[in-house]
Design a protein around this ligand. Sequence first.
Ligand SMILES: Cc1cc2nc3c(=O)[nH]c(=O)nc-3n(C[C@H](O)[C@H](O)[C@H](O)COP(=O)(O)O)c2cc1C
Length: 166
Amino acid sequence: MIANSAQRASLVPSLPRISLYISKPNFTHDLVYASGVFGIHLLRSDQWDLIWHLGLQSAREVDKLAELAWQTGETGCPLLDDCLTAYECRVINAMDAGAATFFLGDVVSVSHGRTGPVMTSEYFRAHISEQRRRDYETRLLEAQSYLKAIAPNVERKSWPGPTTSP
Ligand SMILES: Cc1cc2nc3c(=O)[nH]c(=O)nc-3n(C[C@H](O)[C@H](O)[C@H](O)COP(=O)(O)O)c2cc1C
């Protein structure tokens, strides 16, 4: 999937952490919740097709990794070859957020791909083509309409830890 909700979640350089907000209906949500690991990548500003491939269709419908080059990280999660930087993370806690779960991950490995300018949310919004803007906004409106029903139900439950291997 594509996520623009990832954040640095530690000020301690020797203990890097990333937090991530993933909507519950996303296939990736269930994979991360059950396995307790995730790989997250900084993309270059020329990787529009990859954003569409990962972010506008679900792995419930298509095997998104089939046509991509990737390696298995030390935690067992897939890491893409073609990216600016790949961060491999182990979930150390998760918080229910109604329509989504907030995951907090320890960064356990970092690798680098081909260099170039980073794709930021600002760059994405400023340079997206008109056709793609329409597709993206249509998809976002659809997601917002089904997330609205589950958003109020925040459960104060603990994350049980991994229950499957990646
Ligand atoms: C620019 C962009 C940013 C997105 N950010 C998030 C996000 O932060 N969290 C999230 O749950 N979904 C986000 N999405 C939506 C998912 O990437 C999308 O629903 C995806 O198809 C889920 O795939 P999956 O079902 O294979 O996990 C974003 C999509 C795009 C295009």
